[in-house]
Design a protein. Sequence first.
Length: 257
Amino acid sequence: MNDATQTRLKIVVERAVRPVRATMARKRPMREELLGHLLAIFEDELRRNGDEQAALETAERRFGDPTELSGQLQEAVPWWDRFAAVMEVPNKALYYGPHKSVFHLAGKHFLYMGVCYASLILILLLPVFSAQGRHLESGLAFRLALRMAVVMGGVMATLSFLVAVVPCEIGRSFFGEDSERSTRRGAAFSLASLAVFPAIAFFTYWGLTGHVEESLQHLLLGLCFAPAAPVVFAMMSRKMLEERRYEEEWAGLPIEG
């Protein structure tokens, strides 16, 4: 089986899987199972008539309507995985999206997470105030929601940059394609990773409490673990690079038509 045939089989599978609202982790076994099923059909037809093109066309027909398969796959996705897929959108952009400015991606993540946190606070607090007849305190809920949007949105944007972009760049620099490799850039991002654990300790505590002085104490605690970050990210980066290549390969398949 040549590369063109394998690509066409993948396109057939991706037409069924891509429209499904599910996390990347759930979609991967969907693709593997459907591709294995389609390959079995193709090989069966190829043994019958020996014509690869005819076997491919018959396999596509026997595989079924991708739209119907998408609906069946969607029904099997639990609600919590659909919710997780929505929350996964900004992280997917950071991991697998086109390489725009890092600040552009962090800004998008800041706005996205800010809206999510503000909405969550309003959804939780407003019904409680209303049920207790405390309508005058609705303004408090909005102010708290705004504070959480700014603080936690900033926290999540910062952490997403540190935990997603940095190891991805380390992976590209040391394990990527020849055109992507750069020892200097990899070393620079390895040094930048030293800030990860202190930043997590500081921003998480500050975002939850708003106490800067106590948060600085947690930052000092995070500094104790800072030297471990380059080692951890070097171990993570190869796996993340493989996952990114996998996602980019499937996302790049032309499923229209």
